[in-house]
Design a protein around this ligand. Structure first.
Ligand SMILES: Cc1cc2nc3c(=O)[nH]c(=O)nc-3n(C[C@H](O)[C@H](O)[C@H](O)COP(=O)(O)OP(=O)(O)OC[C@H]3O[C@@H](n4cnc5c(N)ncnc54)[C@H](O)[C@@H]3O)c2cc1C
Length: 500
């Protein structure tokens, strides 16, 4: 006879309201100035939605038999206008998330509080789409563009019934993701302001979106980054596919509910977004920075999710007559999860305020912080989720027992997508040099902390040594460690400032 072993106490401890069980989030939002009663109502409602309906739906869309699939033809033998099909639950979660405002709510405290909550259920099919829509909307709002692009913006912001209406972004080609100046997709002018795009894109996530931001090289453009322009490409024109072919769906380690394709543009009509010779700069400065920030907020949300599960389990499970929470290494994991959740959440909102600061002198701080936050935040999420799985041990490995295995796989994608660590750390070092850190590293470190109190002198002294290390590899390795220590210190200072 097996003993009766009900898991109900563990399941009940997980709760169904991800806002209500997170008082630090409420304190932080108050501290940052969220005051409108309607905004509070919306974030509360959304917290309940993700902890109940979205959580249930997320648990079905990442299974072998529910993954996205290719649909090259429609039921009557015509080219399918999308080319891929996602699970209806992904559509429902995404539609509700976009209607809630998680991609374009003007109050960004509310927008990214919803992002933090949404990421906790680990439904990559809607998370990636929400992040990409945010980046596309920002670029449509900020860059000079024609009537087709303006109509796309209206369509997204309206979220007409029959939605979700969302965005995607295609830069990466087979010869390079980081080195996007090598883009070879060709843009040939039609003569009416539009261009015909031909070429191959190697990683196209969320391509069932109606509107894409696509980089391509105009026929007469120079080599390198300045020759790469940015276009808004509608997926369909007059109900027919707009000149593209889905070649293959990637078989990915993580974010499996999200379709990511290799795609050939066979003559897609695109409309310029911003100046042609600033396309790559705009893509990086607006669209990719937005995705990098989303990776940061999602990483904090995933740490929160792991903390909730591991805490519930460690106080439910007993071994050798004791709750496992009392074993020293389990207790350490719990403390690490709680500390990083608190500090990385607080740091993310500090990064947000730096990134959105319009003052010219604030631009560099925002840019460096987004790069460091993406790198440190996402690698920390992977580490903490991994440690959390070890607390649940056998049950942590099991895909249906909890979302931890899915969160681990998705977190590794956050690390890779939109700039792997090596690239972003190298860029941050370059930016710090541009900001004069080689001459005065303490002042540069103080500038990164903004108005927060942190161990500026100690970190500044280390940064000075790193920037004066002649050997490239030694400097890069030391800077990687510095970045983690800096970001942890920024988070601790931001959390203390907010009183969480
Ligand atoms: C699940 C998933 C979905 C994706 N979806 C999309 C999408 O929708 N649209 C899109 O455009 N792309 C997408 N990508 C591609 C992604 O953005 C790229 O993988 C990423 O930008 C890195 O490019 P790469 O893979 O070509 O690596 P590479 O650029 O070849 O980099 C390889 C290694 O070299 C290092 N490296 C490169 N340059 C430097 C440097 N200057 N200094 C130091 N180190 C460096 C990197 O850190 C990395 O470790 C997706 C990727 C994944 C995994």
């Amino acid at each position: 006879m097996f003993p009766d072993y009900p898991f109900e106490p563990f399941l009940e401890a997980l709760g169904d309201d991800h806002f209500a069980d997170d008082p630090d989030l409420e304190t932080l939002l108050k501290h940052r100035g969220l005051s409108d009663e309607l905004h509070w109502k919306r974030v509360r409602t959304y917290g309940h939605f993700v902890g109940s309906s979205a959580k249930a739906a997320a648990n079905v869309v990442d299974r072998v038999d529910t993954l996205p699939r290719m649909t090259p033809w429609d039921d009557h033998g015509r080219e399918h206008p999308v080319g891929v099909e996602v699970h209806p639950a992904t559509k429902r979660i995404l539609a509700a998330t976009l209607r809630a405002g998680a991609a374009f709510e003007p109050n960004t405290l509310l927008r990214y509080a919803m992002g933090y909550l949404a990421s906790q259920v680990g439904e990559a099919g809607s998370m990636c789409a929400t992040a990409c829509t945010d980046g596309l909307v920002r670029s449509l709002q900020q860059l000079e563009c024609g009537p087709e692009a303006k109509a796309a913006l209206d369509h997204i912001l309206t979220q007409a019934p029959g939605g979700p209406v969302h965005g995607a972004q295609f830069v990466t080609e087979v010869q390079g993701g980081s080195d996007a100046g090598t883009n070879a997709t060709l843009a040939t002018p039609v003569g009416d302001g539009s261009y015909v795009l031909t070429g191959k894109k190697w990683f196209c996530s969320n391509l069932w979106a109606q509107y894409w931001a696509v980089t391509a090289r105009p026929a007469d453009a120079p080599k390198g980054s300045r020759g790469v322009a940015l276009f808004m490409v509608p997926r369909e024109i007059d109900g027919r596919p707009n000149g593209f072919r889905v070649d293959r769906l990637k078989d990915k380690l993580g974010t499996r509910a999200l379709p990511t394709a290799e795609m050939t543009l066979t003559g897609a009509i695109g409309y310029p977004l911003g100046r042609l010779d600033a396309g790559l700069a705009n893509m990086v400065g607006i669209v990719l920075s937005t995705s990098r920030f989303w990776c940061t907020i999602a990483a904090a949300g995933m740490i929160r999710s792991a903390e909730r599960i591991v805490h519930a389990y460690a106080h439910f499970r007993e071994a050798f007559g004791r709750p496992i929470a009392e074993f020293p290494l389990v207790a350490q994991t719990l403390d690490d999860l709680s500390r990083d959740r608190r500090n990385h959440l607080a740091a993310a909102f500090e990064v947000l305020s730096a990134w959105e600061d319009p003052a010219p002198e604030a631009q560099m701080r925002g840019r460096i912080l987004v790069q460091l936050a993406k790198t440190v935040g996402t690698s920390r999420a992977t580490k903490r989720i991994h440690e959390g799985i070890m607390v649940l041990a056998g049950n942590g490995i099991e895909e249906r027992f909890s979302p931890l295995p899915r969160l681990l796989r998705d977190s590794i994608i956050l690390e890779t997508w939109e700039g792997p660590h090596g690239l972003l750390l190298a860029r941050s070092m370059l930016d710090l040099r541009k900001a004069g850190a080689a001459d005065d590293a303490v002042a540069a470190t103080r500038a990164l902390f903004g108005t927060l109190d942190g161990p500026v002198e100690a970190l500044g002294a280390r940064l000075h040594d790193i920037l004066h290390t002649p050997e490239e590899r030694g400097a890069a390795v030391a800077f990687r460690d510095w970045a983690a220590d800096f970001y942890d210190a920024l988070g601790a200072a931001a959390a203390a400032d907010a009183g969480i």
